[in-house]
Ligand binder design. Structure first.
Ligand SMILES: NC(=O)c1ccc[n+]([C@@H]2O[C@H](COP(=O)([O-])OP(=O)(O)OC[C@H]3O[C@@H](n4cnc5c(N)ncnc54)[C@H](OP(=O)(O)O)[C@@H]3O)[C@@H](O)[C@H]2O)c1
Length: 341
């Protein structure tokens, strides 16, 4: 059946400015890292993407390697774009990234100009697009001059293949350098994409202050700690959940110590009249430096629950103090190597 987007799709979503740029992003954005590869049914992926757009989610985040297999999430997105959203391309902010392992040999990962620009061309082909809205360096490369990596991002914009550029999981110091180099080239750094959640608070150690000072936006990924900060694992590990699949949510992250924190946080969320997933998203959005929470969802029901966070974003001081007692490092930041290089 032909998809007709909900006429009221812009009524309820909040749009927040990315740093001191002209671009506003939805407070909740959808990422296609895990549930949109060729190993997942296309119809589920399509339903989640359509529902997201109906709920005012204009920003979809991808990367060259999302799947599995790598590249297949971009292909899925390209198919849904082609069948349902083509007429709405200018209502969408589509991002992609390059940095992690994508193809064999010395030019298939990290931060060289050769890799970044070839990867962007491949991403555009997979999605059937002539440009993305944001192109990211996915991780800091300690062995490539930052001038080369940022120069490639600048070239992507000048070639008309990206409207804006971003970086992901860079330290505060490297972010400052990247922003300076891009400024010199004449392309402003739009946004930083770091991990951030109640169990992974590294951005509070300087990165958020740096972004605020530089006027760079911040879209935080995995605010639900890949599902840990929801009710998903409160009564064991359900079949089909991310923790049952080989991949980034190691069962060691579901430690008794982490689950004890999750139970305590779940009780606080209940007293606020919201789910733990909703409180976890509201909590990352409490910082004015954070533009958006970048979530994943494996079903329309999860997506709807998460977007309903917009009904209750505020916290009082006592709630934040109580959350601080349990919102402590959970050993889940698997992207730390990039931000400490
Ligand atoms: N830049 C980077 O290096 C980087 C790295 C990671 C992620 N990202 C971006 O961030 C996006 C989000 O990452 P993420 O998927 O880890 O985010 P997340 O929002 O922390 O976790 C999403 C997962 O949590 C579970 N979930 C979501 N809502 C739920 C609910 N209401 N109740 C119960 N469970 C719920 C689902 O797991 P189940 O599958 O078990 O249902 C879902 O797949 C990615 O798609 C990607 O765009 C970027």
């Amino acid at each position: 059946m032909t998809y007709v987007p909900a006429p009221g799709r812009y009524d309820a979503m909040a749009y927040r400015r990315s740093g001191r740029s002209g671009l506003r992003l939805p407070a909740v954005c959808l990422g296609l890292w895990q549930n949109f590869g060729a190993d997942h049914p296309l119809e589920t992926a399509r339903a989640v993407i359509r529902r997201a757009f109906d709920l005012g989610i204009t920003h979809f985040d991808l990367a060259n390697n999302y799947g599995p297999p790598p590249g297949s999430a971009e292909e899925t997105f390209g198919r849904v774009l082609g069948s349902d959203l083509r007429a709405h391309r200018d209502e969408l902010i589509v991002s992609t990234k390059a940095g992690y392992d994508m193809w064999p040999g010395p030019y298939g990962e990290w931060g060289s100009r050769k890799y970044l620009l070839a990867s962007l061309d491949q991403s555009l082909r997979r999605m059937g697009l002539d440009h993305v809205d944001i192109f990211y360096s996915h991780r800091f490369d300690p062995d490539t001059p930052l001038e080369e990596t940022m120069g490639a991002l600048d070239s992507a914009v000048r070639q008309g293949k990206a409207r804006y550029v971003g970086i992901s999981s860079y330290s505060a110091e490297r972010t400052r350098e990247a922003a300076r180099i891009l400024d010199q080239l004449g392309t402003r750094l739009l946004i930083h994409q770091p991990s951030y959640s109640m169990l992974n608070r590294w951005v509070e150690g300087g990165l958020l202050d740096t972004l605020s000072e530089l006027g760079v936006g911040c879209i935080v990924f995995s605010p639900l700690a890949q599902g840990l900060l929801t009710d998903r694992y409160l009564d064991g590990t359900p079949e089909g959940s991310r923790a049952t699949r080989p991949g980034p949510l190691a069962t060691t992250m579901l430690s008794e110590a982490n689950l004890a924190k999750v139970r305590a946080l779940n009780a606080i969320a209940g007293r606020r009249g919201q789910t733990l997933a909703q409180m976890a998203i509201a909590w990352v959005l409490r910082s004015p430096t954070v533009t958006s929470a970048l979530i994943g969802a494996s079903s329309v029901a999860q997506l709807e629950q998460n977007v309903a966070v917009l009904d209750h974003l505020d916290f009082d001081g006592a709630e934040l103090d109580e959350i601080d007692r349990y919102a402590t490092e959970g050993g889940i930041n698997i992207w730390e190597r990039s931000s400490t290089s």
